[in-house]
Write a protein that binds this ligand. Sequence first.
Ligand code: ADP
Length: 186
Amino acid sequence: MALGLIILGRQGSGKGTQALRIAERFGVVHISTGDMLRAAVAEGTELGRQAKAIMDAGDLVPDEIIIGIVEERLQKEDVRAQGFLLDGFPRTVGQAEALAGFAGDGLHLAINLDVAVEEVTSRMLARGRADDTVEAIERRLHLYETETAPLLAWFAERGILAVVDGLGTEAGVFERLRQAIEGVQQ
Ligand code: ADP
């Protein structure tokens, strides 16, 4: 069975790092919408041109744009053969509903990598990235609470939500993620 996984978590939760480890361990294709959009910006495509200002402002790219990109990506042969791990998508209930429409039975688990707001804020301030000002961090975390947190209830209602504690060492957190994913493989 090709696994269909989703990883959710606040910015600064360690989601990106753990996504790479999960993809390596389980052989699924890691699909990061943030990476795809940044690549489009770097290549200067039409999509990149549209997305750049939105991303710079810390806002969300419109659902109809991002949904089309993900739907197309999920149809590729590598994903069909190996399964997928979505990272950064869905971010709104509208995106989740679209995903349920085209991935349907292929969705097995949505993992919330859980780290409290206070902890992610101090982690982001400590890494000192140029776009990690206090204001930008607050805006992104606020968007997460209003747009993305409702997804947790949405996945829980469908019986596919796993909450994994994101505090601890990288290896320790991965161990918990591994167990949660192996649970659905049995
Ligand atoms: P971060 O975890 O720092 O928010 P990502 O790399 O996941 O970053 O995404 C970077 C930016 O790309 C987001 O701030 C947003 O503008 C855009 N983006 C990525 N995924 C989505 C999505 N599913 N829906 C709308 N916008 C998205």
